[in-house]
Design a protein around this ligand. Structure first.
Ligand code: SF4
Ligand code: SF4
Length: 239
């Protein structure tokens, strides 16, 4: 059924909440599903509070999950991140360890714009980094260097130049694995994701800086990230 959003509700406020690093590092174990549920639960509360505030100021607000609009393009337009090879959002601060919520409104907010420097650096880096497709258990992530305009399965929405993930193969893995969305290895393995430990925080800053300003170092950065053991599974604690 189509959603009938009035045409004058033409602004989107996007919200990004961080998920727990340690739990997702256990992917594809069941524990990795927990931060997804926690993230969306937190978003519901935050979105409802924001919508109430907007309505208190005399405007209309529509709370959305991932159902009304495509979340990642909205986040890119809001200047909070970029789309990666793994088909997910990458934010400068929290990598892909995030969940997204949106509140549509007719409040006359001034629009933000994409962070082009970050967006371009992510595309360049994803062209040489292969960690997500290397760690994907179902080969659902494309390994070709270049982005394409064509989808790879009927569930893709073609016509945008990007890396298309075989989301049907990916979903098949979730079913096999017995979790709804374990975030799986693609989020776990992305070099933009780092825990809060000081050494890892510094590594994240190095990656952000070098991918922006010294793209010639992109390959060594991937190797360095591997050397630090980033992206490998941390088995969940035994019950
Ligand atoms: S969620 Fe898992 S199966 Fe799906 S693309 Fe990511 S790594 Fe591959
Ligand atoms: S793992 Fe590498 S190629 Fe995949 S999204 Fe992250 S940076 Fe891009």
């Amino acid at each position: 059924m189509p959603y009938n959003i009035p045409s004058d509700i033409n602004r989107a406020v996007v919200l990004v909440v961080r998920m727990d690093y340690e739990s997702i590092s256990s992917s594809p174990a069941m524990l990795a599903s927990v931060p997804t549920a926690v993230g969306y639960s937190r978003l519901v509360v935050i979105e409802l509070m924001l919508a109430q505030s907007i309505e208190d100021m005399g405007y209309r607000a529509v709370v959305c999950g991932n159902d009304v609009a495509l979340s990642v393009p909205l986040v890119i337009d809001a200047g909070l991140g970029q789309y990666g090879r793994h088909g997910l959002l990458i934010t400068p601060k929290y990598g892909s360890y995030v969940r997204i919520g949106t509140v549509l409104t007719d409040m006359p907010l001034g629009p933000d714009g994409p962070d082009m420097e970050f967006c371009e650096s992510v595309i360049r880096f994803c062209e040489v980094c292969d960690k997500c497709d290397r760690h994907c258990p179902f080969q659902a992530i494309p390994y070709e260097r270049e982005q394409t305009w064509e989808g790879v399965c009927r569930s893709n929405d073609p016509g945008v130049k990007k890396w298309y993930v075989d989301v049907e193969a990916c979903h098949g893995y979730w079913l096999d694995n017995g979790t709804d969305c374990s975030n799986c290895n693609c989020i776990r393995s992305c070099p933009y994701n780092k825990p809060d430990a000081p050494a890892m925080r510094m590594l994240r800053h190095v990656i952000l800086w070098s991918t922006k300003y010294v793209p010639a170092l992109d390959r060594p950065v991937v190797a360095l990230d591997d050397l630090f053991g980033s992206g490998w599974q941390i088995p969940p604690p035994l019950a």
